[in-house]
Design a protein around this ligand. Structure first.
Ligand code: HEM
Length: 407
């Protein structure tokens, strides 16, 4: 095989909703190739939908981000992840299953439907404020960030009054271009904040997800002779993950999804007329943008043959999910936004054991936001040409830093 490690990740998107041309080339010419990571190390990159799904369901690939051989995307990432008990996303079998089962009941479709009226209220209040204020409005600050942040805060039992603090720290943490020191500082700030919060809840549990986990783990942990300190650290790790995963991702999808609907007025009109189509549109928007590009990397723990290629024990694998979601073998005319295509088989939420725990919540939030926005502000338009919008090219999660809108 020729030296295909020449491609250095990440390649940048020239169009916000298409994979970088380099990924498409790989998918066509050498779908499982060696690439160079930003750290200078090499790894395998998967570009085909089929290979991505096969790898993510194969238990011989590990999620352990603390293993020095894990293919991190940012120099110093291991330092950022160090001294921290790995939460779900970094766990393997046999620990991962029980840890996930302990919390999955909080995110079922039924539980999410119970949250529906409150999410609708939050969205309406924020749209009221947009309508009452001057224009242009930055959609990111007015709607995209506060809605999922408020929802996850109320669910977890984190005071929303602190949102400026944790939003700034999580943005710092996810920005690839920040130094390791900046990212470690952001992690430590957030960690001490959650450490204190959980200590308070341990003393006086409330009616929220973290308190319920404290009570649950107290029971099961005592049965397994786990120390109170270990249980506490586990919870800090879980709270950290849920708080970051629960607002950054959905916030970026709200901004980008709104942009796509503004650029496709015929789709916006179709959803306005028949909101039962919105859930399908949400799946398609998730596929179209695939905002989480590298979270689903893995480490081979054995020699594995995948798609005709031998991946050796100790080698890293990164999934270029945006390429998998634009794989023409699976999605006809993948470059087109087609809200009727039925895109639920996308890999934007990952696949397999680690598939996004919060996906039902994310779907519901996106559905309510798009429906309400289209209904209540039918004249919504972008305040600047798309090519002047500040896209998050330097972040581990794609999105928009700002999105001025008018109506
Ligand atoms: C549009 C929104 C979202 C996207 C695109 C997204 C994407 C993803 C992806 C790709 C993974 C897989 C990581 C891997 O395989 O290593 C993941 C895992 C996860 N997500 Fe999400 N996510 C979203 C929203 C949320 C929300 C709202 C929450 C929490 C309330 C959440 C919590 C999690 C957790 C806890 C995991 C780890 C699950 C595990 O390892 O078992 N996500 N997400």
């Amino acid at each position: 095989m020729s030296d295909q490690s020449a491609l250095v990740l990440p390649a940048l998107r020239t169009c916000p909703y298409a994979p970088p041309a380099e990924y498409q080339e790989l998918r066509e010419q050498a779908p499982i190739s060696r690439v160079t990571l930003p750290t200078g190390r090499t790894a395998w990159a998967l570009t085909r939908h089929e290979d991505i799904r096969a790898m993510l369901t194969d238990p011989r690939f590990s999620s352990d981000r603390t293993d020095p051989r894990y293919p991190v995307m940012v120099e110093g990432q291991q330092k950022v992840a160090a001294d921290f008990r790995p939460s779900l996303i970094s766990m393997d079998a046999p620990e991962h299953g029980p840890a996930r089962r302990a919390v999955v009941g909080e995110f079922t479709v039924r539980r999410m439907n119970e949250l529906k009226p409150r999410i609708q209220e939050i969205v309406d209040e924020h749209i009221d404020a947009m309508l009452a204020g001057p224009q242009p409005v930055d959609l990111v600050q007015a709607l995209s960030l506060p809605v999922p942040s408020l929802v996850i805060c109320e669910l977890l039992g984190v005071p929303y009054a602190d949102h400026d603090f944790f939003q700034s720290r999580s943005t710092e943490l996810l920005r690839r271009t920040n130094s390791t020191e900046q990212r470690v500082r952001a992690r430590d700030d957030l960690r001490s904040y959650l450490d204190k919060l959980i200590t308070e809840k341990e003393r006086e549990p409330g009616d929220d997800l973290l308190s319920r986990q404290i009570l649950k783990q107290r029971e099961s942990g005592e049965a397994q002779h786990e120390t109170a300190e270990a249980r506490h650290e586990d919870l800090v790790g879980l709270a950290f993950l849920l708080l970051i995963a629960g607002h950054e991702t959905t916030a970026n999808m709200i901004s980008l999804g709104t942009l796509a609907l503004l650029e496709h007025p015929e789709d916006a009109a179709a959803l306005r007329e028949d909101p039962s189509k919105t859930l399908g549109a949400v799946e398609e928007l998730l596929r179209y943008y695939t905002i989480v590009e590298f979270a689903t990397s893995r480490l081979a723990t054995a020699d594995v043959e995948l798609g005709g290629v031998l991946i050796r024990e100790g080698e890293g694998v990164v999934t270029l999910a945006v390429s998998g979601n634009h794989d023409p073998d699976v999605f006809d005319r993948p470059e087109e936004l087609n809200i009727e295509r039925g895109a639920r088989n996308h890999v934007a939420f990952g696949f397999g054991a680690h598939q996004c725990l919060g996906q039902n919540l994310a779907r519901l939030e996106l559905q309510i936001v798009f429906d309400t926005l289209l209904r209540r502000i039918p004249g919504l338009k972008s305040g600047v040409p798309t090519d002047e919008l500040p896209f998050k090219d330097d972040s581990n999660i794609y999105g928009l830093y700002e999105f001025p809108v008018t109506w």
